[in-house]
Design a protein around this ligand. Structure first.
Ligand code: HEC
Length: 163
């Protein structure tokens, strides 16, 4: 028969370690109330993401204000295709701008757009004129994937010395 102390350690090993790991893992919405309140960059009206679009990545973004997909090659690859279909016509293949402003320089139409939260807000909630809101057209996580790809375009531009 296993002596109680040893059995106790087994319980700690089997259940305690995974529990401790999950407690220190990525933040979940319950770890961060209130989550970031998204607002339109144009008129400050609140932007609400429907619950069915709040994937783990979206929840982590709403918690930290940082794009959790920023370093994911896979997300950037998905973002590339989404960018090509939805954004390229106005922001150009390399993000240098055309009818819409450049996304690869550090000049922003709104101060807020310099941050990842602000960039999400203008894509999700729209800007003025032809910069439509992608809310309802692209799920929130797709916007994070596009932002990961825009990050790649910015790195590439910085590498070419034309930030
Ligand atoms: C029909 C043209 C058009 C399309 C398509 C379009 N945009 Fe824009 N975009 C614009 C214009 C024009 C602005 C400036 C809006 C303003 O001044 O409020 C803008 C602004 C932006 C900004 C802020 C840039 C800055 O310098 O502040 C970001 C980021 C952005 N767009 C990303 C995207 C992404 C990502 C997509 C695709 C999901 C997209 N846009 C699709 C025209 C477009």
């Amino acid at each position: 028969m296993i002596p109680i102390p040893l059995f106790g350690w087994l319980v700690v090993l089997l259940f305690g370690v995974p529990l401790a790991a999950s407690a220190s893992g990525d933040p979940t919405p319950s770890d961060c109330t209130p989550a970031i309140a998204l607002r339109s960059v144009v008129d400050d009206r609140p932007l609400v993401i429907p619950e069915e679009e709040v994937t783990d990545a979206v929840a982590a973004f709403l918690c930290t204000g940082r794009n959790p997909l920023a370093a994911s090659e896979e997300a950037a690859e998905r973002g590339r295709e989404l960018y090509r279909r939805n954004c390229q016509i106005c922001h150009a293949e390399d993000g240098d701008g055309r009818m819409g402003p450049s996304l690869i320089d550090d000049v922003w139409m709104y101060d807020r757009v310099a941050s990842e939260v602000g960039r999400f807000e203008i894509i999700y909630g729209g800007g003025v004129g032809v910069m439509r809101a992608f809310k309802g057209k692209l799920p929130a996580e797709d916007i994070l994937a596009i932002m990961a790809y825009i990050g790649k375009l910015r790195e590439r531009a910085a590498g070419d010395g034309r930030e």
